[in-house]
Design a protein around this ligand. Sequence first.
Ligand SMILES: *[C@@H]1O[C@H](CO)[C@@H](O)[C@H](O)[C@H]1NC(C)=O
Length: 259
Amino acid sequence: MFSFTKLGFLVLLVPFVFAAPSATLEKRQVDTSQHCGDWDTVTAGPYSLLLNQWGKSGASSGSDCAQVTSLSGTTVAWKTSWNWVGGNGVKSYTNLNLNSGLNKKLSAISSIPSTWKWSQSTSGNIVASVAYDLFTSNTAGGANVNEIMIWLANYNAGPISAVYNSDGTPKPKASNVSLAGHTWNVYFGSNGANNVWSFLPSNGAAITSFSGDLNAFLKYLTSSQGVSSSQYIKTAQGGTEATTGTATLTTSAYSLVIN
Ligand SMILES: *[C@@H]1O[C@H](CO)[C@@H](O)[C@H](O)[C@H]1NC(C)=O
């Protein structure tokens, strides 16, 4: 049935839409309010802010909130504040998820330029990472096969690894690999369902201003680590894996495009 209520709403809205300059319109269309619920989602341009709190049941208490603070073209600013107590596993991976350019064959990707400028304030010790998370599949939109994590910072956490040194530290499959202007150690293991490739800064220092081509990491995996270039890129995200502690991650500029 046709709704007169809906029609009335549309008629009211139209003059405002035409009167708004485009910059104002763009700002107005982004929800900059804070969200704290598991799987809350905020659409911002080509991205979604995703409050993925998949491990929160492992915490004895805590919360995770996030908001988009601005959007200009494909550059978004956002922040997340979290506090998790108890449990050894990751509680949340609050992230900016890319919604466009996906499901391309790796061999058909020409570049994945990304910029990520961030700072973090913490209270006491934390266990967390700041990292990109990419997934590939055998077919466009198929099940995850490879998870590729590019860590920009490691706070007392560690990558999944199939091999450990005698002192209990994860043993890299390759060391001092130069990609995208930084030097990385490459770890390999399984999360039970997928192969997990993790790139961590070799010197252990946080990279708080990253600007580079993420396709360099995929090309390294296909040329040097036996990953098939017939895989499809399924997911591309950047965010923070939070395990325990209290932190606020503030991203002043984030962009990610698949070409
Ligand atoms: C990696 O580079 C560092 C700094 O140059 C060096 O000390 C270390 O031995 C290298 N590691 C390997 C496994 O080559």
